[in-house]
Design a protein around this ligand. Structure first.
Ligand SMILES: [Zn+2]
Ligand SMILES: [Zn+2]
Length: 855
């Protein structure tokens, strides 16, 4: 018998060539077109479709950001997605599994600033490297739909969507205090500033700046973004993160008036029941009226200094309940609308502009931070709620009376109409009263802010807006799209977009009056590009529209979305917002983009995140070079549950490599013995195993069917690690029983192992299946376990009396002989035959029967 040696590189490049030549993973948009034109993957003949909603399935991993080379996280993400794509295909679905690149963004631009290399060139180079590696990993991608968000053929439609939102009033411009990264010289979204106030990209301390900016009105969708989470199959922790980010709270908006300057200040409070306890009023340092209020008072300079100082502090520091409270009086008062009291106004950094209206009524008796502030500034503290069952004692001195008290209780010191009521009841009554008086109303507040999309950077989608002296703000007409990015010499931002220097591009003609106009020079946040790419894949080559609605009907929503949990808030929230807004505008007929979501864990090395500075980076390219991509892919899914973080270990890689090697060698030997050798010779056909196996043959057949059952279930719940382990167990039994079972049993078992392992290690499994059967494994339906060959957890125990079958009962597979005797004794028809007699002998055959000999 010939020597068989597993050569992953030869096997992998051979099968990759087949898939590339035949464009195996391409799917057309009309189900019938495949049949008509005779291309695309052959639909499996039968096959269960459980786990797939319809005969079409859209499996999508988050598109990569092309910078440098793919890293190990990419290998994991696309290995997970590819396993699902293959599984859905073999369950009978036509699977859309496309690829693209989130190609605009800062790294390419910063590289350009340093080296002068055009971001387009460095991005293209990186994309080429991603393409090469994805092909070398054997990911089953439909390359016919490939896109990059930096191509004019793509961003033309990003601009069209911007204009659709603009025309609907969902894109607007306003001056706003924005977070500004002094190093990147750009505005940052709130989400791009970390908890310590540093730029998420470069780590620089973020500053505050007032600028005219473009926003998307995502807050209009807060309620729907919250409620619709209930209808999608996403991990609960991701839903929780989204809910917290939206941050819905119920309460009331109450108006406090500053008579001195004649301005009403609404505040949002979740505790209108404590209104009578408000003894002062606090504004955030970013509040636009702070300087105006302090102007002309003795505090003007102190307020000015305080505001500038406070803006350099982080929100986390400012919000910290333990931090000593600081602030400055504004020299003004506001009227408490419920009792007409004049209460003093302060500016203090513990109030954040991002929450509510940027101003609060302070209730030191019932709020911890207000209490700390009142104590520091010697302000009155008034109790308006008594704990339940507490005696109505005379109000004690602050601090000695259990204040601040934040719980529920009975209203006191408020108003005769409300005193004595449980505070929750009083809350409703007070809000109703405010409403009648025109001083407030019930209100819902969201933490979610509108999405700031302007960037003062070059490498992004130009905002398709013109400014005309006569007509004002004018949208670029649809037929003039795309507004293409001009080439420029200097990418360095200097407080304005580098595009502002491209004078020829900036100066243009107004489409409305024909006069001179200037182009908007800001570009869009790259999260805009990635908020709709999944729609474009459905109709990626359409030059006359962003998509044909019929194409979306065929594929959307995405059946299974896969990506990192770091996108739980931003990308996923924005994509949901786009989908809802575009649906409202009549462009989509669904409201959620991603029906199911899977978030994969990180791959670490030596217990910590891989990074160049730690020198613990495992590059996918070097692993594939050493052991082949099947090993790399199977290992990364075998190392642990894929939603968890996993630590890379080279010994584990070698273990998986030995497993694949053994599987391939034993299969090659078996194929040779069976006289089957690939598609060219007379194939053995699809193996079914022996007709009525016994002994070791039966044992191995049972093992194979057990593996089918186990892997099918594991794949449905993303337990890829235990699925791969099950195939390892099957291979162990194949090796152990190789001398004692029939050739057909061995051929069936090994072909089954290859069929089950194919989603994780496609090349070697395609090769094995071809060797053993002459068939293409990816065209086969997913194997079905035969009930009769499954060893279930329970079995039918035969109950005999004097050797005659009297009853049958279900017994657990692991029941002890004693327990089996008990079961048998209790069986009704056994009871009838034993009654009044004496059991003289008990014979137990576990897994089969119990026989009582009676006299
Ligand atoms: Zn930065
Ligand atoms: Zn004009």
């Amino acid at each position: 018998m010939a020597e068989h040696r597993y050569d992953p590189h030869e096997i992998e490049s051979r099968w990759q060539a087949v898939w590339a030549d035949e464009r195996t993973w391409e799917v057309s948009n009309e189900a019938s077109a495949d049949a008509r034109e005779g291309r695309g993957s052959r639909a499996p003949s039968g096959g269960a479709r459980a786990g797939v909603r319809s005969s079409n399935s859209y499996v999508l991993e988050m598109l990569p950001y092309p910078s440098g080379e793919p890293h190990i996280g990419h290998l994991k993400c696309y290995s997970v997605g590819d396993a699902i794509a293959h599984f859905h295909r073999r369950l009978g679905a036509r699977v859309l599994h496309p690829m693209g690149y989130d190609a605009f963004g800062l790294p390419a631009e910063n590289h350009a600033i340093k080296t002068g290399v055009h971001p387009r060139d460095s991005t293209a180079e990186s994309i080429a490297s991603f393409q090469r590696q994805f092909r070398s990993w054997g990911i089953s991608i439909d390359w016919s739909r490939e896109l990059a968000t930096c191509e004019p053929s793509y961003y033309r439609w990003t601009q069209w969507i911007f204009l659709e939102l603009f025309r609907a009033g969902l894109a607007y411009r306003k001056e706003a205090a924005v977070k500004w990264c002094p190093k990147d010289q750009t505005v940052l979204a709130n989400e791009q500033v970390d908890a310590d106030g540093h730029c998420e990209r470069c780590g620089a301390l973020v500053e505050v700046k007032q600028l005219e900016q473009w926003f998307f009105r995502i807050t209009d969708y807060a309620e729907r973004l919250l409620n619709d989470l209930d209808g999608i199959e996403w991990p609960e922790h991701v839903k929780t993160m989204q809910r917290n980010w939206i941050g819905r709270s119920e309460g009331a908006e109450v108006t406090f008036r500053c008579e001195a300057i004649g301005v009403d200040y609404p505040v949002f409070t979740t505790r209108p029941d404590t209104l009578f306890g408000a003894t002062f009023f606090v504004m955030a340092p970013e509040h636009p009226d702070v300087m105006r209020l302090a102007g002309g008072t003795q505090y003007e300079q102190a307020v000015h200094d305080y505001v500038n100082h406070a803006l350099n502090e982080t929100n986390e520091e400012r919000g910290n309940a333990d931090k000593p409270k600081t602030g400055v009086p504004l020299g003004r008062t506001v009227t408490n609308p419920v009792n007409g009291e004049q209460i003093p106004m302060y500016v203090a950094d513990y109030v954040l502009m991002e929450y509510g209206t940027g101003a609060i009524m302070a209730v030191p008796g019932h709020d911890e931070r207000d209490h700390a502030f009142a104590t520091a500034f010697e302000l009155p503290i008034r109790r308006v709620i008594f704990p339940p069952n507490a005696e109505r004692a005379v109000e004690a001195a602050p601090g000695e009376d259990g204040l601040p008290y934040t719980g529920d209780g009975t209203l006191v010191n408020s108003h005769p109409d409300f005193d004595g009521l449980p505070n929750r009841e009083a809350l409703g009554a007070i809000v109703a009263w405010l409403d009648r008086e025109g001083k407030g109303h019930a209100s819902v507040n969201y933490r979610l802010r509108d999405w700031l999309v302007s960037r003062q950077r070059y490498w992004g989608t130009p905002i398709p807006i013109l400014y005309c002296e006569g007509c004002g703000m004018v949208p670029v007409p649809d037929e003039q799209l795309p507004v293409e990015l001009p080439d420029i010499e200097d990418y360095t931002p200097r407080g304005r977009s580098p595009l502002a220097a491209a004078e020829e591009w900036v100066n243009t003609t107004c489409p409305e009056c024909g006069g001179a106009a200037r182009r908007e020079t800001d570009t869009m946040d790259t999260f805009v590009d990635s908020s709709w790419y999944f729609l474009r894949y459905c109709d990626a080559r359409n030059d006359s529209a962003a998509w044909d609605p019929a194409a979306l009907r065929e594929w959307m929503p995405v059946d299974q979305y896969i990506g990192g949990v770091e996108h739980a808030i931003l990308h996923l929230m924005y994509a949901r917002f786009f989908t809802k807004a575009l649906a409202d505008l009549g462009h989509l007929d669904f409201h959620e983009p991603f029906q199911a979501l899977f978030t994969q864990g990180m791959v670490t090395k030596d217990g910590s995140k891989m990074s160049k500075s730690k020198g613990n980076v495992v590059s996918p390219a070097s692993i594939v070079e050493r052991v082949g991509s099947d090993t790399a892919r199977a290992y990364i899914l075998f190392v642990g549950p894929p939603d968890q973080d996993a630590d890379w270990a080279d010994e584990g890689v070698d273990g998986v490599h030995r497993f694949l090697s053994r599987l391939w060698r034993l299969s090659a030997e078996t194929a040779e013995r069976a006289g089957v050798s690939g598609a060219a010779s007379s194939p053995g056909g699809e193996p079914t195993g022996p007709v009525s196996p016994e002994g070791d043959d039966l044992a191995l057949m049972r093992k194979a069917h057990w593996a089918i059952d186990k892997v099918s279930g594991d794949l449905r719940r993303f337990a890829f690690n235990t699925a791969i382990a099950a195939v390892m167990e099957l291979l162990n039994d194949c090796s152990r029983l190789r001398e004692s079972v029939a050739l057909e049993t061995m051929r069936f078992s090994l072909a089954t192992a290859a069929s089950l392992l194919f989603p994780f290690a496609p090349h070697v499994c395609a090769d094995i299946y071809d060797l053993l059967t002459g068939e293409r494994v990816w065209e086969q339906p997913w194997p079905q376990a035969e009930e009769a060959l499954l060893e279930r957890d329970s079995y039918e125990l035969v109950c005999q009396v004097n050797g005659k079958v009297r009853d049958r009962v279900q017994a657990s597979s692991d029941a002890s002989p004693e327990a089996l005797k008990e079961l048998c004794r209790a069986a009704p028809n056994v009871v009838a035959h034993v009654e009044g007699k004496q059991i003289v002998k008990e014979i137990v055959v576990p897994g089969k029967l119990v026989n009582f000999v009676v006299r």
